[in-house]
Design a protein around this ligand. Sequence first.
Ligand SMILES: Cc1ncc(COP(=O)(O)O)c(C=O)c1O
Length: 426
Amino acid sequence: MPFTANRQFKAKPRLMASAKGMYYTTVDGRQVLDGTAGLWCVNAGHCRDKIARAIAQQAATLDFAPTFQMGHPGPFALAERLAQMLPGDLNHVFFTNSGSESVDTALKIALAYHRVRGDASRTRLIGRERGYHGVGFGGISVGGIAPNRKFFGSMLPGVDHLPHTHNLEQNAFSKGQPSWGAHLADELERIVVLHDPSTIAAVIVEPVAGSTGVLIPPVGYLERLRSLCTKYGILLIFDEVITGFGRLGTAFATDYFGVMPDLVTAAKGITNATVPMGAVFAREGIYNAFMQGSEQMIELFHGYTYSGHPLACAAAQATLDIYEEEGLFERANTLAPYWEDAVHSLKGVPHVIDVRNLGLVAGIELESIAGQPSVRAYDCMVRCFEQGLLIRTTGDIIALSPPLILEKQHIDQMIDLLGTVLKQVS
Ligand SMILES: Cc1ncc(COP(=O)(O)O)c(C=O)c1O
């Protein structure tokens, strides 16, 4: 099983049978409120009829068409629509099937971009400590979560890492962006001096890190990273696999922060998680750099059998319809202050040493039991599930990221139950 304690799970499984709107139903018929939009992906709520119909219709019309030297209208129409959603000249799209594939694709595009421009010495990739960029070899190399890396050899060569921005002494219980920590972006200067800018291809960060336990960027941090990347000719990649499609109350985090990256990765919410799909968005200049030389030549030697799969395209179109028709990104934005107050009401509840939030995301950090990291949060997760709430934990941090369709009553229900459970755990 993926990222699961197999033996523990199989001894006492937690199995979902169906889902609708804000709730899962377990195999034993219990309702479980979805506090995590599945895995940060079911932004429009579960089992939406419109998406189910679109997938069924597409499966009966064109189930698959090859996209190597062939095509079908689906990905082109979807790319046009997505390009309208992204700011500035982030107008070109490469389709993948997951966040991990999007990350590896973006890293490869960055490396190849410098090479096709005759700047082939730019081969280094810079990630960040505690970063999560999926599980491909590229993603774990630039990622910064030790257990995801240590079992898998030496990974990609020529990778360095920025420091993470998490600091409870300075920023505990910050509402929204913490005020301390923008200067940590200046570490890029040190890395640039060490390796020389002529060797560095790209910096990749999550604008808001989720899987590592919800890390919100300090005020001014992303802006500084942007200006340093521009100064040294380094591409800036925003990994928006969880922040894309409304999580912060805007279409993408790049809109929320007003910081323009060169490449953006996405997945998850693009199809409301119904059919696996990911995407990489590239700025005009990057696309154009490849469109040179003989027109008989393949410009980018990369792609997946299922890039732009017809079912995924149909699911994405229906998902984007729902986001638009129901104004779900605006809805997330409107609910964010209520959400903020609700999650911060957990300050003072047993074990809670930090609460942090942005958009419809929250991280609740618990004090670890001495010598037993993760045990307290895991216990919370199991008890929440048994009492009717799905939460996600990383180490001793609880992450909440509900579907954007939620109502205030769901927020109240979530926080009440979590508060109760936190008082139950030892
Ligand atoms: C920022 C980020 N990048 C990449 C991924 C990997 O996505 P996937 O699990 O679809 O490969 C995730 C998954 O949570 C993520 O949060």
